[in-house]
Design a protein around this ligand. Structure first.
Ligand code: SF4
Ligand code: FES
Length: 316
């Protein structure tokens, strides 16, 4: 069915422009800070966590259909209204994980979220009464129903509603809707996210690696197959109230990657991997809040997997 295209949506975008780096930092940091600072190695990780810059909310109203994705809307804005708006994407259909952001406060992917699902209608109750007082939630609840004509007046004709956008929570913003997810990727890297199997690589007469294979039965594959779908988007980390930057807890994404190889019958480093996450900021950091499970775009029940890996580490 072809949808009519006389409707609009309003995007409220939390924008951020970092303060320009000073010349000496661009050259590799202050020589004084590197030699004498007692607070680390001169890296600017602390600054990355709390970037300074200009923050503001910008509103864009554009033509949109209910089936459009939020990414479609952002591309329309970028191409026709404001080329300075910054956001990140690659595949456009939920496979690469590069476009995670907060939509109406919820971490999710821009390319799979539709206007139909996320546009909110503006409040139908007037915010200020006849005498100029702002109404509280309780007063509003006791009010008689707002007449239909008032409701119509509050919602612009043809508007599908409002969508609020911000960069992924739990990570420092880099610019507008782009978050710096390096902390998560570094945590994943530390846990050696690749297969470590026994076996000698055979080579051909020309010195090239010969084909070889490790056989698995379906039951062995089923133990990690879902986990191997993780695209490191960071949605679970953005939803986790304990992660918050990764200093005190490596975060659910890193533990999912560790668990993926611990459960792989071909991997020979399961004990080493469990040692690596059996720390205060590893499995012990998980508080079983399970907020991580709610919006995984790859269908991983992250909270349940956390529970399983915690039990496995403790029982070994
Ligand atoms: S577990 Fe799911 S939400 Fe978390 S990083 Fe992987 S794909 Fe994203
Ligand atoms: S753009 Fe690749 S997952 Fe959204």
């Amino acid at each position: 069915m072809v949808e009519a295209n006389n409707t609009t949506v309003t995007l409220q975008v939390h924008r951020f422009t970092p303060r320009p780096e000073r010349a000496e930092r661009a050259r590799g940091g202050s020589p004084f800070a590197k030699k004498s600072s007692p607070f680390g190695d001169g890296s600017d990780s602390a600054a990355r966590r709390r970037p300074r810059g200009k923050q503001w909310v910008q509103e864009y109203t554009i033509p949109a259909r209910p089936s459009d994705t939020v990414l479609d809307c952002l591309l329309t804005i970028k191409r026709t209204i404001d080329p300075t708006l910054a956001f990140r994407y690659s595949c456009g259909h939920g496979m690469c994980g590069s476009d995670a952001a907060a939509i109406n406060g919820t971490p999710t992917l821009l390319c799979t979220a539709t206007v139909r699902d996320w546009a909110k209608q503006p409040s139908t109750a007037p915010e200020v009464d006849d005498e100029g007082f702002r109404r509280t939630g309780d007063e509003t609840a006791n009010e008689p129903d707002v007449p239909a004509e008032n409701v119509e007046n509050n919602i612009p004709e043809g508007s599908l509603g409002v969508i609020e956008l911000a960069s992924l929570p739990g990570f420092p913003p880099q610019r507008d809707l782009i978050a710096d997810i390096d902390p998560m990727l570094n945590q994943i890297r530390k846990l050696t996210p690749y297969l470590q199997a026994d076996g000698v690589l055979a080579t051909t007469a020309e010195g090239k690696v010969d084909v070889f294979e490790y056989l698995q039965n379906p039951e062995q594959l089923a133990k990690y197959e879902t986990l191997s779908n993780c695209i490191a988007c960071g949605v679970c980390e953005g939803a986790c109230p304990v992660y918050a930057g990764g200093d005190a807890f490596v975060g659910p994404a890193a533990l999912i990657w560790a668990s993926r190889f611990i459960n792989d019958s071909r991997d020979t480093k399961a004990m080493d991997r469990m040692d690596a996450i059996d720390t205060a900021d590893g499995v012990a950091g998980c508080q079983s809040v399970r907020a991580c499970s709610r919006h995984c775009p790859r269908g991983i029940d992250v909270g349940e997997e956390m529970w399983q890996i915690v039990a496995k580490v403790r029982e070994r």
